[in-house]
Design a binder for this molecule. Structure first.
Ligand code: HEM
Length: 119
């Protein structure tokens, strides 16, 4: 299996479609070059170009896209984010963000509530 090409969120952020730049978007930690699709988008090109360079995972979901849209999107995949910049784990689950205290101690949510109750 060939390794995925890796990009940083900063690199993607430059691909805004402006000044002849391509239109790249991030969806669930994968990077897509949708430059050639923009003009074909059934919802109009602006909906896509407005998100160019960004992580549009939430927006893409909320637009209520059908399975067709996800199939088309898959065709434009060019790579993935660097491991340390990913928001999803290997099972596609959203990574848990644990609050890290300055002294390096970590507290879970439940812990915080309990400590809060005890004062
Ligand atoms: C990232 C921002 C995007 C937004 C906010 C967005 C929003 C929308 C909206 C509102 C529609 C409905 C249009 C209508 O019924 O008149 C639509 C349709 C559609 N969009 Fe997007 N879209 C985005 C990106 C994309 C991308 C990147 C693709 C594929 C590469 C895509 C594929 C489609 C397809 C195939 C439809 C037709 C209906 C469907 O199959 O879901 N969209 N989009």
């Amino acid at each position: 299996m060939t390794e995925a090409v890796r990009y940083s969120r900063a690199e993607v952020a430059e691909k805004t479609g402006r000044n002849a730049a391509p239109v790249w978007i991030i969806y669930k930690d994968s990077v897509y070059d949708v430059t050639k699709y923009v003009a074909e988008h059934p919802g109009g090109p602006e909906l896509v170009t407005d998100e160019a360079g960004t992580d549009c995972t939430k927006v893409f979901h909320e637009a209520g896209h059908t399975a067709d849209a996800y199939t088309i999107l898959a065709k434009y995949k060019i790579g993935e984010l660097h491991e340390e910049e990913k928001h999803y784990d290997a099972n596609g689950k959203k990574k848990k963000i644990v609050a890290v205290k300055p002294d390096g101690q970590t507290r879970t949510c439940l812990n915080k509530v309990t400590c809060g109750l005890l004062g």
